[in-house]
Design a protein around this ligand. Structure first.
Ligand code: SAH
Length: 473
C-alpha cells in the first residue's frame, strides 16, 4: 500500500492554494466544504475566486508565491500552470513537512486526492494509486449508482438514535444487533425512500422489543470459506463474518477471506502453521465452547465446505453436548471450485453419471478405500489430500482395472491467482507431478471428464497456467 488512507479534519485550518486558474478553483470548491481557512496566492486569479474573496470566504494574495507563504499552512495545493514552479514549491513545502499535492503530478505530490462519492457525512474515497484514473472513475460511477442518495441522511438518523439506544440497551452486542436490524430491514429502506415517520415508527417498535429480550447468548456459526477466491464466499458467510466477535480459522483460509471479517473481531488461527503442529481437535472444541459461553458470537471458519473433510461434524457434536447454539453455513467445496475453475464438469451425460469425494489419506486405522469400486469407468473420482499419495492412488486404481490412459488431473491452489492445472493420465500424472514440484493444497480428479479441461479450461491466471492449458491440449 503506497498511500495511507486518512480523512483529515480541516475545520479552521490554514490551507494554501498556489495558483489562481480553473484547476485551483476546482480544488478550492472541494476544500471549501471542509471549513478550512483558505488562502490563494497567484499573480493572476480568475473572477470566480476573486468573488469568493470579496464575500469574505477566503483570502487572496495577487502576486507570485514566496516561501513565507508556507509559514502557517497545514496543507498545500499547488496548481500553477508551470510544472517546474510547481515542483519547486512542492519540494519546499515537503521539506517543511507540510502535506502537499501538485495537481496532476503524482510524483511531485506527497498526498493525492481520491475520487469521491459524497453522501455527507458518509464519504467513500477511491484511489488506484494513480495506476488507472479511468478505472477509478468507473468504480466511482458504480458506487454512485449503488449508494442511495439519502445515505448520508441515514447515517445522521442512526446517529440520532444512538442516545436512546444507549439508554435502553445496556449491552453493546444488543445495540449492534439493534442497529444491524435497522440498517438491513425496512426502517432504513423507508428512510432512504424519504418516509422518515415510517422509519421512526419501526425504530421505536424495534427498540421496545429488543430491550425486553433476554441477554445475548453466545453461539457458534460453522462457516465454509470456499476454496480460496474470496468472491466465492456466500452472502451468509459474509454476514456471519461481519457479525463475529471471534473468528477461529484454519490454515486453508486465506488472508483475503479473513479480511472480510469484522475489523475488531478477534482472529485465532487453529490450523497448522508452516512447520508447527496443528491445534488438537479437543483444544479447538474447548475454545469454541469457552468463547460461546462467554456470550460471544463465534465463527468457526473452514476452507471449502465444513462438512466435507472438514471435521465439522465432530465440532458440532461437541457443541451439542455442551448445549451451545450453533448453525452451519455451507461453502463451495474444493471439488466444486477446482472443477469450475479448471473447466472439468464433475458429471456429464456422456462420461460420468456419478461423482465420489474420497480422502487420499489412509483411514485412521489404515483401512484402504474400495479401490475396485473407484476403478470402474463412467464416474468421476475426486481425491482430497491426495498429493502425497498420488503414486499409490494411481497404482491402486490401475491394479484394480482402471486403464492407464484414464484422464487424471491435479488442480493446485484452485480458484486463486496461483492456480495450476496438471492434466495427464493415471499412468503419467505421478511422474509429471513429481517433476513439477507442486505445492499444496491440491486436488486429484480422475475420470473421462478430465479430458474436457483442454477444451473448457477458461481460468488461466498466470503464464504458467496458460502453458498448462496449452500443453494438455
Ligand atoms: N473442507 C474442505 C476440504 C478440507 S481437506 C473443502 O470442502 O474443500 C483439505 C484438502 O482440500 C486439501 O488437501 C486439498 O486436497 C483440498 N483443497 C482445499 N482447497 C483447495 C484448493 N484451493 N485447491 C485445491 N485443493 C484444495
Amino acid at each position: 500500500m503506497k498511500y495511507f488512507p486518512i480523512f483529515y479534519d480541516l475545520t479552521d485550518q490554514p490551507v494554501l492554494i498556489v495558483g489562481g486558474g480553473e484547476v485551483a478553483l476546482r480544488k478550492l470548491a472541494l476544500l471549501e466544504r471542509t471549513g478550512a481557512r483558505i488562502r490563494v496566492v497567484a499573480p493572476v486569479i480568475v473572477a470566480a475566486i476573486l468573488e469568493r474573496a470579496q464575500r469574505g470566504s477566503l483570502q487572496v494574495a495577487q502576486r507570485e508565491f514566496i516561501p513565507e507563504d508556507l509559514d502557517t499552512a497545514r496543507l498545500v495545493i499547488v496548481a500553477t500552470s508551470r510544472r517546474a514552479v510547481n515542483r519547486w514549491i512542492a519540494k519546499l513545502a515537503d521539506s517543511r513537512g507540510i502535506p502537499t499535492n501538485v495537481v496532476d503530478d503524482r510524483e511531485a505530490s506527497r498526498f493525492i486526492v481520491p475520487a469521491i462519492i459524497d453522501r455527507d457525512p458518509v464519504l467513500v474515497a477511491v484511489s488506484t494509486a494513480g495506476t488507472s484514473p479511468v478505472l477509478a472513475r468507473r468504480l466511482r460511477e458504480r458506487l454512485e449508482a449503488f449508494i442511495p442518495g439519502r445515505f448520508g441522511e441515514l447515517a445522521l438518523w442512526l446517529h440520532q438514535l444512538r442516545k436512546g439506544a444507549l439508554e435502553r440497551l445496556r449491552d453493546s452486542a444488543e445495540r449492534r444487533q439493534f442497529f444491524q436490524t435497522l440498517i438491513d430491514g425496512p426502517a432504513a429502506r423507508r428512510l432512504i425512500e424519504g418516509d422518515r415517520h415510517g422509519a421512526e415508527r419501526i425504530a421505536r417498535q424495534l427498540l421496545a422489543v429488543t430491550s425486553n429480550s433476554a441477554p445475548a447468548r453466545g453461539e457458534v456459526t460453522l462457516v465454509g470459506a470456499g476454496p480460496g477466491d474470496p468472491e466465492l464466499l456466500t452472502l451468509k458467510a459474509l454476514r456471519a463474518l461481519q457479525d463475529a466477535d471471534v473468528i477461529l480459522y484454519d490454515r486453508l483460509v486465506g488472508p483475503a477471506v479473513l479480511d472480510m471479517g469484522r475489523r475488531d473481531a478477534a482472529r485465532i488461527c487453529v490450523g497448522k502453521a508452516a512447520d508447527g503442529p496443528s491445534t488438537p481437535q479437543e483444544r479447538i472444541n474447548e475454545l469454541l465452547i469457552k468463547h460461546a459461553r462467554a456470550g460471544q458470537r463465534v465463527v468457526r471458519l473452514k476452507g471449502g465446505d465444513p462438512f466435507i473433510f472438514g471435521r465439522g461434524g465432530e465440532e458440532l457434536e461437541a457443541l451439542a453436548q455442551a448445549g451451545i447454539a450453533f448453525s452451519v453455513v455451507p461453502g463451495i467445496t474444493a471439488a466444486a471450485g477446482s472443477a469450475a475453475y479448471a473447466g472439468i464438469p464433475l458429471t456429464h451425460r456422456d462420461h460420468a453419471h456419478s461423482v465420489s469425494f474420497v480422502t487420499g489419506h489412509a483411514d485412521k486405522n489404515g483401512k484402504e478405500p474400495n479401490w475396485a469400486a473407484l476403478a470402474q469407468g463412467g464416474q468421476t473420482v475426486v481425491f482430497y489430500m491426495g498429493l502425497a499419495r498420488l503414486q499409490h492412488i494411481s497404482a491402486q486404481l490401475m491394479a484394480h482395472g482402471a486403464p492407464g490412459t484414464r484422464p487424471a488431473a491435479l488442480v493446485v491452489q484452485a480458484t486463486t491467482p496461483e492456480q495450476r492445472v496438471l492434466s495427464a493420465t493415471l499412468a503419467t500424472l505421478p511422474a509429471m507431478a513429481a517433476a513439477a514440484g507442486l505445492a499444496s493444497p491440491a486436488l486429484l480428479l480422475v475420470g473421462e471428464v478430465v479430458a474436457l479441461h483442454a477444451q473448457l479450461g477458461w481460468f488461466a491466471p498466470g503464464a504458467d497456467a496458460a502453458l498448462e492449458v496449452h500443453r494438455s491440449a
